[in-house]
Design a protein around this ligand. Sequence first.
Ligand SMILES: Cc1ncc(C[n+]2csc(CCOP(=O)(O)OP(=O)(O)O)c2C)c(N)n1
Length: 292
Amino acid sequence: MNPEVYDMQNADVAWCPGCGNFAILKTLKMALADLEIPPENLVMVSGIGQAGKLPHYIKSNVFNGLHGRSLSPATGIKASNKNMNVVAVSGDGCTYGEGGNHFMHTIRRNPDITNIVHNNMVYGLTKGQASPTSQINLKTPFQVDGVFEEPFNPLAVAISLGATFVARAFAGDIEKTRKIIKKAVEHKGYSLVDIFQPCPTFNKVNTFQWFKNNIYYLEDSYKPHNKAKALKRAVEGPHESGKFPLGIFYIKEGLKTFEENLSVYEKVDTPLFKREVDRDKLKKLIESKKKI
Ligand SMILES: Cc1ncc(C[n+]2csc(CCOP(=O)(O)OP(=O)(O)O)c2C)c(N)n1
């Protein structure tokens, strides 16, 4: 399929020139086209931020929720129409900061959704404050003495909570990122793709070149099926006097998804949104004093 099927005509794009978001958008469209997912079968869900605007620029069904709240509507959408391909996309601030609690508990539920996080290590939309993934000593107009907190490690958190697909990519490498996104979308269950992305306007430290100097790919011989080994690789990085590995760290297959665990799908396969609501039953339930 041609990635142009996802092009939005006359979209007024709000991203700065040189922003890594452009490459992520382009790569995502290529990966979805490779998988031949028609726009009508795709739901893009986001929170708030520059990354959170991505669904505005891709022809598909869209739900743009509150800051930090991309994953709960994405889970609900998938549960009510399990035939849809659901991709939740937002920034590191939105997903790991404001949405940190949702991030953790969505992983535990394992809905069959893909979670793409644009990780520019800064809050872009609100003009450059530190985010949970900001590196130690990063100075910003708000953190004038530099960041002193330990950076949030989304991969290690996801692996330890039992995420069934965990990967990291770089916006500057379209071909490898395209392959990773394809595998993530194909994966049955929750998949995380954290994508390093330069923010040329508000992060003058973690630039395109900085990322190039501080990343490498997991070896071809690396097998992503061992949780302890995946965790060990996930904690590597410049803070441990190394580099950040990229690639697929962990995959666990065969686990039931959130939707599959719902009793409503036990006997009937029809998506919830297509079913008739028994209004009398609902009314009785609302009016009853019974505690649920
Ligand atoms: C509840 C709430 N808190 C704070 C904000 C302000 N706010 C909007 S976007 C954002 C951070 C965006 O950073 P990130 O998610 O990393 O995305 P980026 O803009 O860098 O792509 C913040 C703090 C908000 N809109 N709502």
